[in-house]
Design a binder for this molecule. Structure first.
Ligand code: C5P
Length: 230
């Protein structure tokens, strides 16, 4: 069973995807981490971010590994665990170059489909999972929230990671990423017609998971609602 969750930055996708996968006891794939690890590899290589051919070369050669489980995802680049480094503002401000490069998207979408085939079942989250990567997914969700709320969530995550940022800068970054995610020529962020929309502005994670599980159950995709034993 493939379940897709798409939505803009800070909508709560990652947390929700991780928790839903844990409840269902299947792995989850954070596809943003793939765009982020290529971004980090390009930064480390001192690549010219305006040069698509050079970025593609970095993406093809990047020696990264995703360790996927129902409660965690760890990313290594070469010999280094870069899971935390991927969330930095430096990476945030450069992902659009990677996300806007059609050949890199093709490479990553193919890898996502390969992972889906290997795992059989997973919750996968990103911007294009229901629209491009897995148009035939068993269930599709699209989650969104008020932009100030999303920026506040990202700000608190960055501060918790020890970054020195101010809320206004994070808001500007989220506004800019929304714009580039929605306006790019390839695989722009959009709600698939057959996705269930959830606005998380006034909902807690538990509520969102309950709505998703109820939906999966009502469609007969799960026999019963699994207990929350965490
Ligand atoms: O979800 P997250 O914020 O980690 O994603 C980082 C960036 O990667 C996004 O701003 C977006 O531009 C890009 N992305 C994408 N398609 C995906 C996942 C992420 O374009 N499926």
């Amino acid at each position: 069973m493939i379940i897709t969750i798409d939505g803009p930055a800070g909508s709560g996708k990652s947390t929700v995807a991780r928790k839903l996968a844990a409840r269902l006891r299947i792995p989850y794939l954070d596809t943003g981490a793939m765009y982020r690890v290529i971004t980090l590899a390009a930064i480390n290589a001192g690549a010219n971010f305006e040069d698509e051919a050079e970025l593609l070369d970095v993406a093809q050669k990047a020696d990264y590994r995703l360790d996927l489980g129902p409660t965690h995802i760890r990313v290594t680049l070469g010999d280094h665990d870069v899971t935390e480094a991927l969330r930095s503002m430096r990476v945030n401000t450069h992902t659009r170059f990677i996300a806007g490069a059609p050949k890199i998207r093709e490479l990553l979408v193919n890898r996502q489909r390969e992972i889906g085939r290997e795992l059989g079942s997973m919750v996968t989250e990103g911007r294009d999972q229901g629209s491009v990567a897995f148009p035939d997914a068993d269930a599709k969700f699209y989650i969104d929230a008020d932009i100030r709320q999303r920026a506040r969530r990202r700000y608190h995550e960055l501060v918790a990671d020890g970054e020195e940022v101010d809320e206004e800068t994070v808001l500007q970054n989220v506004v800019e990423r929304d714009r580039t995610d929605r306006e790019r020529a390839v695989a722009p962020l959009r709600r698939p017609d057959d996705a269930v929309s959830i606005d998380t502005s006034h909902l807690g994670v538990t509520d969102v998971i309950a709505i998703m599980l109820w939906h999966l159950h009502s469609r007969g995709l799960i026999a019963q609602i699994p207990a929350d034993d965490q």
